[in-house]
Design a protein around this ligand. Structure first.
Ligand SMILES: *[C@@H]1O[C@H](CO)[C@@H](O)[C@H](O)[C@H]1NC(C)=O
Length: 240
């Protein structure tokens, strides 16, 4: 009987130590939802469109600004144009291999016993307020914040959203490549803002902002602003 008590005590101790060792980085964060109410998944294609009503334009696509060397992300001015699909990948995918939510831990453990190396479904879910790479689905490079000059009425520096970043490798050298999705409204059709406020490098100075729309020569460019955020929603892209 004493032996059984001892074994039981050791087992409890082992479990306690194990649960201490596992952290739950995403357990307090909500999944980002698409317009059908499904959780956004890493690597899947979505149209990133305006969530504001009439006259606020459609989806995002790539175009060239006159005064810039790099391709810049714009928003179509037509409400009916969904633009080019984009995909998201969390920073954690490339440097944490332990992303398990508390509520799914036992499910995961059982799953892992029977199917070795099966990734947890949560590993692929995009959560609010986590560092993400954004890319156009058919391109290898990711979105990047780049300072450039706005042409009119007078020239001043703006931080445009361009492409050209290397995916992954969260840290000081990739600071400009990380965005976060944050919920604006709490209605059943949630609207989101895209924030630029990376946490991939704690010691790097960063001026946070929200992705907004900057009109210039009849085109609507995505730029990081201190004041205005633009409301977006995610429409799942269906492959033809
Ligand atoms: C981004 O937008 C949110 C919501 O409107 C606002 O609370 C926040 O201050 C903005 N952030 C920056 C850095 O401008």
């Amino acid at each position: 009987m004493q032996i059984i008590n001892l074994i039981f005590s050791l087992l409890v101790l082992a479990l306690a130590l194990q649960s201490q060792a596992i952290s739950w980085p995403h357990s307090h964060e909500h999944a980002v939802l698409d317009t059908e109410g499904n959780e956004l998944q890493a690597g899947q294609a979505y149209y990133l469109v305006s969530a504001a009503r009439t006259g606020s334009g459609g989806g995002v696509a790539l175009d060239r600004r006159h005064s810039s060397h790099s391709s810049t992300v714009k928003q179509h001015s037509s409400n009916t144009n969904l633009g080019s699909p984009v995909s998201f990948s969390p920073a954690s995918n490339s440097h944490d291999d332990m992303i398990i939510r508390k509520d799914s831990f036992f499910e995961y453990a059982v799953d892992a016993m029977f199917h070795q190396n099966t990734p947890s479904p949560q590993e692929r879910t995009i959560h609010e307020a986590t560092d993400l790479n954004i890319r156009f689905s058919d391109m290898p490079v990711v979105w990047q914040v780049q300072e450039s000059h706005h042409s009119s009425p007078k020239s001043y520096a703006l931080r445009y959203v361009t492409i050209g970043g290397q995916p992954g490798h969260p840290g000081s050298s990739t600071m400009r490549n990380w965005f976060k999705i944050k919920r604006i409204s709490s209605s059943s059709n949630p609207e989101y803002r895209i924030a630029y406020c990376p946490s991939v490098c704690k010691s790097c100075p960063v001026e946070c902002g929200n992705v907004s729309i900057m009109e210039e020569n009849e085109k609507r460019w995505l730029a990081v602003s201190q004041y205005r955020e633009f409301p977006f929603m995610f429409v799942k892209a269906r492959r033809a």
